[in-house]
Design a protein around this ligand. Structure first.
Ligand code: ZN
Length: 246
């Protein structure tokens, strides 16, 4: 029973459908989403409905709470704010309420996974875990084996072995999760708006058989997602950046 783990779909249905087709190919049967299902992209409602139909476990991102009325709209930058107000206008109340009711943290006890959008130290503050000093700091704020995050749209994996005084970066797209008390902090990147220079959708898969964790990039129809953003009257920058992955 493999788990498909991903984040920051941001209303990009083209990217989400490609990611889910890839998960299907890989025999994924369980889904974990780390928030920001909406905001920026032109098909937010469709993305939420698709993930609900899959019984995906989700936590709230800042955009989800923005649309759901829980995070003030004026805390977002200009493009994000415009997209957020557009998203609110193009979404049914039932889905907006659903987003506003998402939890900030979820735990998957079967694998000792903690799910949070921004940072385990302050899930409500939407801090970015970007620098290595941030990574080291955040390890102090969870006791689960793995903390999975999103928010920065830049994937990384780090591990902290019990005998070691500090965490280490994990290089390469796949690794095995140790069961000797080692803890992991993993940013799963972004499906709908990658910002690490690779415009393909970023997803991860955990296979409990062998404790295998892997990062993958999935091609999708970027031009289609861009067209929808422009035709919707959303800021054009949100379309152009998809091709650059920045
Ligand atoms: Zn995001």
């Amino acid at each position: 029973m493999k788990l498909g783990i991903f984040s920051d779909v941001h209303g990009n249905l083209d990217a989400l459908e490609a990611a889910l087709a890839f998960f299907d190919d890989q025999h994924v049967t369980e889904y974990l989403c780390l928030g920001d299902i909406v905001g920026y992209g032109a098909e937010p409602e469709e993305c939420v409905r698709l993930l609900r139909a899959l019984r995906c476990t989700m936590v709230a991102g800042n955009h989800d709470y923005g649309v759901g009325g829980k995070t003030p709209v004026n805390s977002f930058n200009a493009d994000a704010r415009e997209a957020l107000l557009w998203t609110q206008r193009h979404m049914t109340l039932v889905i907006r309420d659903f987003l506003g009711a998402l939890e900030l943290v979820e735990v998957v006890p079967a694998h000792s996974f903690r799910l949070v959008h921004g940072s385990p130290s302050a899930p409500r503050c939407w801090d970015y875990v970007l620098d290595w000093s941030d990574v080291e700091y955040e390890f102090n704020f969870f006791s689960d084996r793995v903390c999975l995050i999103g928010h920065s749209h830049v994937p990384f994996a780090a591990r902290h072995e019990p005998a070691s005084s500090r965490p280490h970066r994990i290089e390469g797209p796949e690794f095995e999760l140790l069961t000797n008390g080692t803890k992991y902090l993993i940013n799963v990147g972004s499906v709908g708006q990658p910002r690490d220079g690779d415009p393909r959708a970023c997803v991860t898969i955990f296979d409990p058989h062998g404790q295998h964790f892997s990062f993958h990039r999935v091609e999708y129809d970027i031009a289609s997602a861009q067209r929808k953003i422009v035709n919707a009257g959303l800021p054009e920058f949100l379309a152009t950046r998809l091709a650059r992955g920045r």
